[in-house]
Design a protein around this ligand. Structure first.
Ligand code: FAD
Ligand code: SF4
Ligand code: SF4
Length: 954
């Protein structure tokens, strides 16, 4: 039997992924290494993991776990079996006291904190990647961050773990008999751990070295402190798994002790004349009680100084300048101010370029943190195309921090790394530095080798520091564990690995290696492919935003696969054959199932919208006649909308006659039989729209009366109410009535029936049709608003967003006109213009909201929720809200995309009452959510209408 057939005996067929596109798309993590797995598997339970271990032991094929794949040292990739821990490992439990939280390993760190927020608590570890990294990866790497230091890292804040050992034994360290179970079922491990403990305890030098090294951050090698901190083998084992990078066992559940999340915070961006002065300020500020002290050199600041919202003084700084982002936190306001005063007193004796100013305003603090968190990606993004980004992570005693910074800068000069940057968690003596390196030929590899030799000598030799403080040893530092720790400690680590994983099946080559050159092998090529994605550093921050992640691809995997294809196309005959096979699967996996909602850009530190890559491919795939047809529809848009309206008007009674269930079955059959060309029909497909109510178009403006131009989207003009919607007012009727109730004069733009924001063309890659329509819309709005004098109101959020971003496609005269227009989304209009002028009677019960992706992108979620809170007794945005994946017409053509994108939100909606209704701000999103939840969604206009005019309008 083949590997795949074997694995299909252990897991369902659909959880054993062996197509080339699966293998190549998982070949990369956030590090600068790359390995192509033989197969990717997705176990659902500890028992399945145990079965996989048994299989790996029998066949000697290595297994590597992958959580969010944000590791930076090459520890979540493999050329063996990649075990993806994702969809089915996202559960959590919080006991009443919230003093602990139990999490499955694929919960995103930031989500754990969201669950704890209502209790005023948080988890300890706080890596900068917390919005993307999973707790399984956080614990397995012993990741730490800005504030947690050593005290609150995973090692010190886990309460218990559930685990699967390589011998297949499943253990829960919280169970009363856990140690006994280990002794009975794996006596050699139980005894072996005690033996290692005795070896360490009997070796004074080693004991003291361990004690000394773990006073600071250190993720080099295994957590040997576990042997000194704990007595029973089960406790030792539990803490050894922290930071074991998937080399000792699988973590199937984590219980963290939680910490209070201090609500009062104050931060300052302190600017110093040079790095030495900034580093020298760390100790006094730490003694004053600073929770975070993030160091940034001039080059780091330069990489972000042009970003929107950055403090203007950044651009003026002298070449040698450096910054410390200093934050104080407290449980009470007066304690905070005491701490800040202590910090200011400490700063009096230090030389700063500007007087220190501490800010409590969350928006300003968020801006400071944005600077810090964007550093690595920003450098990655501005690197020369084709070069690789390397981030290192070293740690010093605080007294050595300032001279070590200077030494490091000297090393950059010596080795020719002109664009290197230094930043880091200075409070803990933890420095990161980023260099960009060309690995295309041997000289690049040699440059890196010589540089690293000096860095290692300086860090581990001169200062006796740590070569990895928090990113894990990985394959990057595995050859240097002995250099840092010495032979005796390495010997203990090797014995430990042999004890738990004698067949070396778990992540071989990571943490420990016999190959001194391993850190120079399997280096990831980053070829230039398409300008819209070339700055991607494969950090993976975008993945959790993507609605197609659980169905086909994530943005990073889309980009990675395209890079692989381009590399293979330049290769040998067999490589080109692989490229052809990847090309065959790429369109569905990557292009068709991309919702082109651009949500990935919100997660991406360098704002890459991978949807643009999909649009680019769609555009390229259109034959000339299709482009012409699209252009033709622009000229006959009225007829297109009428056609949709008519089609839906006919389909709705037909469905009633044959029954919704039969109609859905027929629709699904026709959809499949036409290979997805006929849109899928379901019981939430709306009927045809009513004819637009009459409104003036070209009346003279009365400057004394508030006036808007109302541009009803083509969705509102074509689609009527969703079946089972209790409300019979159409979207245009509701908006017009509400505007009148608020004494706002309202008119349509010229040629309203010929207008569309252009989204249908944009999402399908019909660029010339999009531009043609955008120019027409701009001209019409220009005239109808008397050259931008009055605002335009849209009733559908994705359409508002499209028009608000016309600057991406217009130029010349049209662009100038567009710049003078004011476009309001329905949410802004209701919140800012209608609500203050109408009397509201709250609708009884709870309103459940689905903010559209565009609502999020336009930063309108707060207003959306505020509207609902004003109009209903309570309002809720369910957990795990995200893109519905409907994306204009994707939901019709690829219903599986919507189904996959909405399943988590739908689950959360299932726990909501929703007795005041379900609301969104786009007809297609409302359809998608209605289908997913089996609850009829309406426009937010309907909720406001009910609050203004009563509960049963018709
Ligand atoms: C831009 C950027 C900033 C970063 N900032 C920080 C930072 O501030 N601090 C920091 O510490 N790190 C940081 N990192 C590194 C990385 O994000 C963290 O180490 C993170 O904890 C990795 O989590 P993950 O879910 O991506 O795990 P992965 O990378 O998928 O896996 C990490 C390791 O854990 C193993 N593993 C995963 N799940 C399990 C499991 N259930 N059981 C056993 N082993 C498992 C994997 O095999 C691998 O060896 C950063 C990374 C990036 C790209
Ligand atoms: S697209 Fe952006 S967020 Fe996603 S992997 Fe690339 S750089 Fe990171
Ligand atoms: S545009 Fe949307 S679906 Fe496409 S990659 Fe980005 S987040 Fe995923």
């Amino acid at each position: 039997m083949t590997l795949v057939q074997d694995l299909q005996q252990v897991l369902d067929k659909n959880r054993v992924k062996s197509r080339l596109i699966d293998r190549y798309s998982y070949a990369r993590d956030a590090s600068f290494y790359r390995l192509i797995p033989r197969v990717v598997v997705q176990p659902n339970s500890p028992e399945e993991v145990a079965e996989l271990f048994n299989y790996a032991r029998r066949t000697k094929i290595p297994l590597v776990f992958r959580a969010a794949g944000t590791s930076l040292s090459g520890q979540s990739i493999t050329d063996g079996i990649l075990v993806e821990i994702n969809q089915n490992w996202r559960g959590h439990y919080i006991p009443k006291t919230a003093e602990s939280i139990t999490l499955q390993p694929a919960v995103i760190g930031a989500h754990a904190n969201n669950y704890l927020r209502p209790y005023g608590r948080k988890i300890g570890p706080d890596p900068a990647s917390i919005n993307a990294a999973y707790v399984g990866g956080i614990v397995a790497n012993n990741a730490s961050g800005m504030c947690c230091g050593v005290k609150d890292n995973s090692y010190h804040t886990i309460q218990s773990l559930k685990m699967v050992l390589p011998n297949g034994l499943i253990l829960d360290s919280a169970a009363k008999n856990a140690d006994q179970k280990l002794k009975t079922e794996a006596p050699e491990i139980h005894a072996g751990l005690l033996d290692l403990k005795h070896q360490i305890e009997n070796n004074k030098t080693l004991r003291e070295r361990i004690r000394d090294k773990y006073q600071r951050k250190n993720t080099m090698g295994y957590s040997l402190n576990a042997f000194l901190d704990y007595d029973t083998p089960i406790d030792i084992l539990t803490h050894l798994l922290v930071g074991s990078e998937g080399t000792l066992g699988f973590i199937s559940e984590i219980t963290f002790k939680t910490l209070p999340d201090d609500p009062f915070k104050s931060a300052a961006l302190l600017l110093f004349p040079d790095l030495f002065a900034a580093a020298a300020a760390v100790m006094p500020l730490k003694e004053a009680g600073a929770e975070a002290l993030e160091l940034m050199d001039r080059a780091s600041l330069r990489s972000v100084e042009n970003e929107p919202g950055m403090p203007p003084e950044l651009k003026e700084l002298p070449d040698a300048a450096a910054a410390l982002l200093c934050e104080f936190q407290a449980s009470a306001e007066n304690t905070l101010h005491q701490k800040v005063n202590a910090g200011l007193a400490a700063l009096k004796c230090l030389s700063l370029l500007f007087p220190p100013e501490f800010k409590d305003d969350p928006k300003i603090r968020a801006q400071y943190w944005k600077i810090r968190k964007g550093l690595l990606p920003s450098v990655g993004a501005v690197r020369k195309s084709g070069t690789t980004v390397i981030i290192e992570d070293i740690c010093f005693r605080l007294k050595d921090l300032a001279p070590a910074c200077v030494d490091l800068q000297d090393l950059f000069k010596t080795h020719g790394y002109d664009n290197a940057i230094i930043f880091g968690h200075a409070k803990d003596g933890n420095l990161h530095f980023v260099v960009t390196q060309e690995f295309a030929d041997k000289s690049g590899v040699e440059q890196y080798r010589h540089f690293m030799a000096d860095v290692i000598e300086m860090t581990a030799g001169k200062y006796d520091g740590a070569l990895k403080a928090e990113h894990g040893t990985g394959r990057n530092m595995a050859p240097f564990v002995e250099t840092e720790w010495g032979a005796e400690a390495l010997n203990i680590m090797r014995q430990l690995k042999r004890l738990l994983d004698p067949d070396n099946i778990l992540n071989p080559g990571v943490i420990l290696t016999d190959d001194p050159q391993t850190y120079l092998k399997n280096i990831k090529p980053l070829p230039t492919v398409e300008a819209v994605v070339d700055s991607c550093i494969e950090c993976g921050f975008c993945e959790s935003w993507c609605p197609s992640a659980d169905l086909t691809m994530t943005p990073r995997r889309r980009i990675a696969t395209w890079r692989e294809i381009k590399l293979l196309e330049r290769g040998t005959g067999s490589e080109r054959a692989i490229a052809r096979e990847l090309q065959r699967d790429y369109p569905y996996e990557s292009v068709d199932t991309c919702a082109v909602d651009g949500l990935c850009a919100l997660g991406c530190p360098v704002k890459i919208d991978t949807g643009k890559l999909a649009k680019h491919f769609r555009q390229e795939s259109h034959p000339e006649w299709a482009n012409k047809l699209a252009d033709w529809t622009v000229d006959h848009f009225d007829s297109v909308v009428n056609g949709i309206r008519l089609g839906l008007t006919v389909a709705a009674p037909f469905a009633q006659v044959i029954g919704n269930k039969n109609a859905a079955t027929l629709g699904s059959w026709l959809h499949k039989a036409s290979f997805g060309k006929i849109p899928a029909w379901n019981r939430y497909t709306p009927g045809g729209a009513k004819v637009l109510p009459e409104l003036p178009v070209d009346e003279p403006l009365d400057s004394k009366v508030e006036t808007i131009v109302y541009f009803p989207s083509c969705l509102s003009r074509g689609m009527g109410t969703i079946p089972h919607e209790k409300h019979t007012k159409s979207v245009p009727e509701a908006l017009i009535d509400l505007a009148r109730a608020a004494n706002i004069s309202i008119r349509y733009p010229r040629q309203v029936n010929d207008l569309c924001c252009g989204t249908p063309y944009s999402s399908k890659g019909y660029h010339s049709a999009l531009v043609k329509m955008a120019e027409r819309v701009t001209e019409s709005l220009w005239e109808s608003t008397s050259h931008g004098k009055i605002p335009v109101v849209m009733d559908t959020s994705p359409c508002s967003y499209r028009i608000k971003t016309y600057d991406e496609i217009l130029y010349g005269d049209a662009l100038e006109k567009w710049r003078q227009l004011t476009i309001w989304d329905v949410v802004e209009f209701l919140h800012d213009s209608v609500l203050p002028k109408v009397k509201l009677t709250k609708v009884k019960g709870e309103a459940v909201l689905h903010p559209t992706c565009s609502t999020t992108k336009m930063d309108q979620e707060e207003k959306f929720l505020a509207i609902a809170n004003a109009c209903a007794e309570t309002a809720v945005v369910p957990e795990h809200k995200g893109c519905c994946g409907f994306a204009g017409d994707r939901g019709f053509l690829l219903p599986e995309l919507t189904a996959s994108a909405t399943h988590r939100e739908a689950e959360s909606v299932g726990h909501c009452k929703g007795d005041a209704g379900f609301y969104s701000a786009s007809r297609t999103c409302e359809m998608g959510m209605s289908t997913a939840t089996d609850q009829p969604y309406s426009s937010i206009l309907v909720l406001v209408y009910r609050a203004v005019f009563g509960n049963q309008p018709t």
